[in-house]
Design a binder for this molecule. Structure first.
Ligand SMILES: *Cc1c(COP(=O)(O)O)cnc(C)c1O
Length: 480
């Protein structure tokens, strides 16, 4: 079992010094007025350089990341992101003040304009705003665009339809944009049936929000018929394309009748994510919605990029300045490195890997929706002697990050596995073999799984409490 590293206070011995400071050449009193200086600071740890380095290395090793191992977190696309993108995002030439005169940052503006062109080409939509800072922020922006578009037409529709397989952020975003949510059940194939839709398609429906591929990893194959039915009713189709790994370079949502969609650059387009780091959720729209996109818009006139703030129909600003610029740099670098021809291989390999895992595991785990899978596959814990949580916790003992659990809600004890395109067959085989071992343990010694994890520095935590009341600093006398 890995032990928790010792607290730095426990390592402390009076008189140890970890760094050398030069003698100050000015008296301290001359620099900082006494009223600003703290006194009586005690309990400062005193350690050597070796000890402090080892201490932080030990802490860092407690982290799990996609650079450390397999991370099959369904719906999240935790894939390997090429390090070259990080290098480019850190390039001095790209760091600019947001108020820099536009003449001095033509290169930065070009990066944004070219990324927008790429997204337009990949989705078949007419234009994108790059400003939203996350997927959910993109959804909210998209719903405001829909609302403004309908309002301009004098149409005050109140309802947004959302299938029960939707990502959890969808109802929240539509609600914050002022809509009432009506849920549509998905059918036995795990998708939205055209009859279910028609039954809910009343004149007060502003839009349907559809995650595609949905959270079961299944392609919504009725999408074009659904778009037609919506449009005939004066309603719009919003597609949650946060996770575009299965469609990239193969299907253009604009061709399927989608009016608005968002994409997560921090999932599909090579920005590492997790832990609340910067994200970016560009929103794309069909031509009739272009005037409503948020400002600023970057437009090219002759050979110069202009920044337009005064689009009369725009919903306004959704973020300060331009959005998360360095996430956009990573996305463009990723796309340029792949090139137009290779982009679709991302999708092909992501789908291949998910289907490989599905085939190898479907004999041992219940597969509630047998429709073919795209980039992820969802099993249930039906007929197992233990629960999904126990399996997930036991995976930690084998050094593997668990898959997404208990989501989507329509699957009992859901295990949502998304291997992504960047994993090798060897890694997938190793995962299958660990799953085989765990399922054997579940039959022979279910109690072991209920106690898991047993190898990790901390065991089963109260996860709700840990999220709601995180303890982020330690004081003497507290135990951890
Ligand atoms: C991740 C995700 C979102 C939300 O994106 P955030 O950047 O976390 O706000 C929305 N929809 C789907 C399908 C997702 O996978």
């Amino acid at each position: 079992m890995t032990a928790l590293p010792k607290l730095i206070f426990e390592l402390s011995r009076e008189g140890k010094i970890g760094c050398g400071l030069n003698e100050a050449d000015v008296p301290a009193e001359a620099v900082i007025d006494a009223s600003f200086r703290r006194t009586g600071i005690s309990d400062f740890p005193e350690v050597s350089e070796v000890e402090i380095v080892r201490h932080y290395m030990a802490l860092a090793r407690l982290n799990y990341s996609v650079d450390a191992g397999f991370y099959p977190l369904g719906s999240c696309t935790m894939k390997y992101n090429p390090k070259i993108n990080e290098k480019l995002a850190a390039a001095d030439e790209l760091q600019a003040h947001p108020y820099a005169p536009h003449d001095l940052v033509q290169g930065n503006l070009e990066i944004m304009a070219r990324l927008e062109e790429w997204l337009v080409a990949l989705t078949g939509l007419a234009g994108f705003t790059l400003t939203p800072a996350a997927g959910a922020h993109g959804e909210f922006t998209g719903m405001l665009i829909i609302r403004k578009y309908l309002q301009e037409k004098g149409d005050a529709r109140k309802v947004v339809l959302i299938p029960d397989s939707a990502h959890g952020t969808n109802p929240a975003s539509a609600h914050f944009a002022g809509y009432e949510i009506r849920e549509i059940p998905s059918n036995a194939q795990g998708i939205i049936g055209i009859e279910e839709l028609r039954a809910h398609l009343k004149p007060d429906v502003a839009a349907l929000m559809m995650t595609n591929p949905n959270t079961l990893g299944i392609f919504e194959s009725n999408i074009s018929a659904i778009a037609e039915a919506l449009h005939a009713n004066g309603s719009l189709l919003y597609m949650d394309g946060a996770n575009l790994n299965a469609l990239l370079g193969i299907v253009r949502p604009g061709d399927l009748g989608v009016d608005v969609m968002h994409i997560n650059l921090h999932k599909t387009f090579a920005t590492p994510h997790g832990g609340g780091g910067p994200g970016s959720g560009p929103v794309g729209v069909a031509a009739h919605l272009l005037p409503f996109l948020p400002v600023p818009r970057i437009k090219k006139s002759k050979d110069r990029y202009e920044v337009v703030y005064d689009d009369p129909c725009s919903i306004g600003r959704v973020k300060n300045f331009y959005g998360q610029f360095l996430v956009m740099v990573r996305a463009l670098a990723y796309l340029l490195a792949l090139g137009r021809e290779n982009v679709r291989r991302v999708a092909e390999d992501a789908v291949l890997n998910a289907n490989y895992l599905r085939k190898r595991l479907e004999g041992s785990l219940d597969l509630p929706y047998p429709a073919s899978s795209l980039h992820e596959v969802v099993f249930s814990d039906k007929d197992l002697p233990v629960k999904t949580l126990d399996i997930a916790k036991r995976l930690l003992d084998y050094g593997i990050h668990p898959f997404t659990i208990y989501f989507p809600l329509i699957v009992h004890g859901a295990m949502m596995i998304e291997p992504t395109e960047t994993e090798s067959k060897e890694t997938l085989d190793e995962f299958v073999s660990v799953m085989g071992t765990i399922l054997r343990e579940a039959r022979e010694n279910p109690e072991l799984l209920r106690q898991a994890p047993v190898q990790t520095p901390v065991r089963r935590l109260d996860e709700t409490l840990a999220a709601r009341k995180p303890v982020l600093k330690w004081s003497r006398g507290e135990s951890i």
